[in-house]
Design a protein around this ligand. Structure first.
Ligand SMILES: C[S@@+](CC[C@H](N)C(=O)[O-])C[C@H]1O[C@@H](n2cnc3c(N)ncnc32)[C@H](O)[C@@H]1O
Length: 187
């Protein structure tokens, strides 16, 4: 059985500000017409709805492993169809990422690395944490951004993976923004 995420996450900025900080980072840097991949939509879908609906030309593909969050996306889309012009959420397991099913992205958010993967994912041969990051990096354009979230409770696991990839030259640290770590794929 698929490792479904059994919750439906509402926007809880005090507890988990990563999505809101991401939106602020995109806007403060005036990033427009960017193709964005977002790991973990939440039931609020704030990244797709906000960045897709603000006239910036940004487009967002978001993944959720929660049936409730996916149903919320469907309901939102029925009630506010314009959302669909720039935002697509899909239901799946990020640890089953197949690069052949995805377009290339300018920005990839990986805020929840190591938070949810377990032996349930192993049972169907899912990618490792590192394999998942590398699969998404393969879909990141040269010079594109990959963002991480040190506020994650799993950052102690994610950080060494990120730093190892940086040491290998796969990604380069650009800096920090609020609660986020900003890396780039070398151009
Ligand atoms: C704690 S919520 C955070 C949502 C949002 N990023 C926020 O900060 O408000 C975790 C998100 O990760 C998603 N998720 C968990 N496991 C996943 C997996 N294996 N593949 C894709 N998404 C997953 C959930 O569906 C949920 O949207």
């Amino acid at each position: 059985m698929l490792h479904v995420w059994e919750e439906n996450w509402g926007l809880r900025v005090a507890e988990c500000p990563c999505d809101v900080h991401f939106i602020e980072w995109v806007r403060e840097n005036n990033l427009r017409n960017q193709s964005i991949y977002h790991f973990g939509t939440g039931g609020h879908h704030v990244v797709g709805v906000e960045l897709g609906g603000d006239g910036s030309g940004n487009t967002i593909v978001g993944i959720t492993a929660s049936t409730g969050e996916y149903e919320d996306f469907i309901q939102m889309s029925i009630e506010r169809p314009k959302i669909l012009a720039n935002y697509m959420a899909f239901f799946g397991d990020i640890y089953l990422t197949n690069p052949r099913l995805l377009p290339d992205f300018d920005i990839v958010t990986l805020f929840h690395v190591a938070e949810f993967r377990s032996e349930k994912n192993d049972s169907y041969g899912a990618l490792t944490e590192r394999g998942m990051i590398e699969a998404l990096l393969s879909k990141t354009r040269p010079g594109g951004y990959v963002l991480f979230y040190p506020g994650s409770y799993a950052w102690a696991i994610a950080k060494p993976l990120v730093e190892a990839m940086a040491a290998e030259g796969q990604i380069t640290r650009e800096g920090a923004y609020k609660t986020l770590e900003i890396y780039r794929k070398p151009a």
